[in-house]
Design a binder for this molecule. Sequence first.
Ligand code: HEM
Length: 155
Amino acid sequence: MYKVTPTVLGDKVDFKMPIKEFYDAIGEDGMRALMYDFYDIIYESDIANFFPQDHDEFEKVKVKNTKFFIEICGGPKVYDGNTTGLELNEFMVRLHDDFSIYEKSRLEWLGCMREALEKLDIAQELKDDFWDYVEKFSKLTVNTTVEGNKYFANL
Ligand code: HEM
C-alpha cells in the first residue's frame, strides 16, 4: 500500500497502465475531482515552484494535465497534448525535460498524490493499482541528481 521504490537513472522503467476498474469506479467527474484536488495540494507543496506561480496559468496546467490522466485511465480521448509518433515513455521524458526534477521532487509529487488518493472513498485495491502506475511512471520524470548539480560540484 503506497509503496515507493527508488528511481535508478538509466534503468528501463517498467510500468503497467492503470486497470479500467479504477476509472469506472469514479468516472470522468470523479477523475477531475481527484486531479484538481491533487494539483491544489501541489500548489501548496515543496514542488510548487516548478509550476506557474500565476493562479490562472496554474489552473490551465491543472485542466490540461487532468485530461491526460482521464485518458490514460481509460476515459475518453480528451487530452489535447501532442503525443504523435512518440512512445509513452519517450513522451513522458520529453515533457519533463525542461525541468530539473530530482528524486526528491518525485517523492513530493507522490506524497501529494497519496494525500488526494487517501480521501477517495473507493476500494483500496483500486487505489493501490493507480498508485502502482504513478509510482513507476513518475520515474520517467526524474532527470537530475545532486551529484550532477553544477553548484554541488564546487562544494
Ligand atoms: C506519473 C507521474 C506524472 C505524470 C503522468 C505527469 C504528466 C504530465 C503532463 C501530461 C504534463 C503536461 C504537458 C503538456 O501537455 O503541456 C506535465 C507537465 C508538467 N509536469 Fe508532470 N507528470 C508526472 C510527474 C511529475 C513530477 C514528479 C513532477 C515534478 C516536479 C512533474 C512536473 C511537471 C511540470 C513542472 C510540468 C509543466 C507544467 C507547465 O505546463 O508549466 N510532473 N506532466
